[in-house]
Design a protein around this ligand. Structure first.
Ligand code: CO
Length: 131
């Protein structure tokens, strides 16, 4: 397992991209809309891990609701695993609240699933596996 990316919820994706281009002194290398989540993602390569900016594409997107309630900020930490189904099963057996019965297709050619923040010291954890 390693940290594949950290996800940051933002209000205005264009402005956030510009901010992170300055912070990281690099350019956003990938943008992708995830229709099922009603979000647009923007990735920055930072060594072995990435930064994923998440902007809502609709007012009923989970990211729109998150930003409304909590403001912009750290949304999730994503760990890459080799076998996401096996890891989900293992964590379910350990008593964690898995938010997705089955992994679903996420951004960046990954299968993804989330573990509820209440079980992870307040941090939403994403498991992801390259496909
Ligand atoms: Co993510």
């Amino acid at each position: 397992m390693h940290i594949d990316h950290i996800g940051i919820a933002v209000r205005d994706l264009e402005s956030a991209i510009s901010t992170y281009e300055t912070i990281l002194n690099s350019t956003c290398n990938k943008r992708e809309i995830v229709e099922s989540e009603k979000v647009e993602t923007a990735f920055f390569e930072t060594g072995e891990s990435k930064v994923e900016l998440l902007g809502a594409t609709s007012s009923d997107s989970v990211i729109a609701k998150y930003v409304e309630k909590k403001g912009e900020g750290l949304h999730h930490v994503a760990f890459e695993v080799e076998n996401i189904r096996a890891e989900l099963e293992r964590l379910r057996e350990e008593g964690f609240t898995v938010l997705n019965e089955q992994p679903k297709k996420g951004a960046d050619n990954k299968l993804v699933a989330f573990i509820h923040p209440k079980d992870n010291c307040g941090v939403l954890v994403e498991l992801c596996q390259s496909v």
